[in-house]
Design a protein. Structure first.
Length: 155
């Protein structure tokens, strides 16, 4: 089974709640998880076999939450060697803002530019729908992301 590090960017706590539900579901499926709310570049390169799952909210202006901004800036400054690294994106936002989803898109593009490989399409959660983000995340995880995880961890 896979080792998965969940990198969380949260403003009001919703993304952190989603990350915990996703971690529980992954562990119930036999995977090992860790939740990181203060990620640094060192966390991206520490274990090449570890799969990254970014679970981030967006501020109203489309920026990353304060706790994830340092990582984004480090990625763009230091260009860590993560080519081939597997990752996924859960992007929480509110479509009533013109900048809907921009923070998660920025991280996705930054990882892709470094050669990391995204597993499946990102999950984009819209707060304005009124749907429970934790339920939607569990559905996406079981239907779209878990089936894409490699049977043996990447090296």
């Amino acid at each position: 089974m896979s080792q998965i590090q969940i990198l969380v960017g949260s403003v009001t706590g919703t993304a952190e709640g989603v990350a915990k539900v996703v971690a529980d579901a992954l562990e119930a499926d036999g995977h090992t998880t860790s939740i990181n709310t203060a990620a640094q570049v060192e966390d991206l390169v520490r274990a090449p076999e570890e799969i990254l799952l970014i679970c981030t909210a967006n501020t109203g202006s489309g920026d990353l939450p304060d706790n994830l901004q340092p990582l984004y800036h480090q990625i763009n400054r230091e260009f860590p060697a993560i080519a081939g690294r597997l990752y996924g994106i859960i992007n929480l936002g509110d479509s009533s803002y013109a900048t809907f989803g921009e923070a998660g898109q920025a991280l996705d593009e930054a990882l892709e530019d470094l050669g990391a490989k995204r597993l499946g399409e990102p999950l984009v959660l819209d707060a304005s729908t009124g749907e429970d983000p934790e339920v939607l995340a569990q559905h996406w995880l079981s239907e779209h992301w878990l089936p894409r995880l490699p049977e043996t961890p990447p090296l």
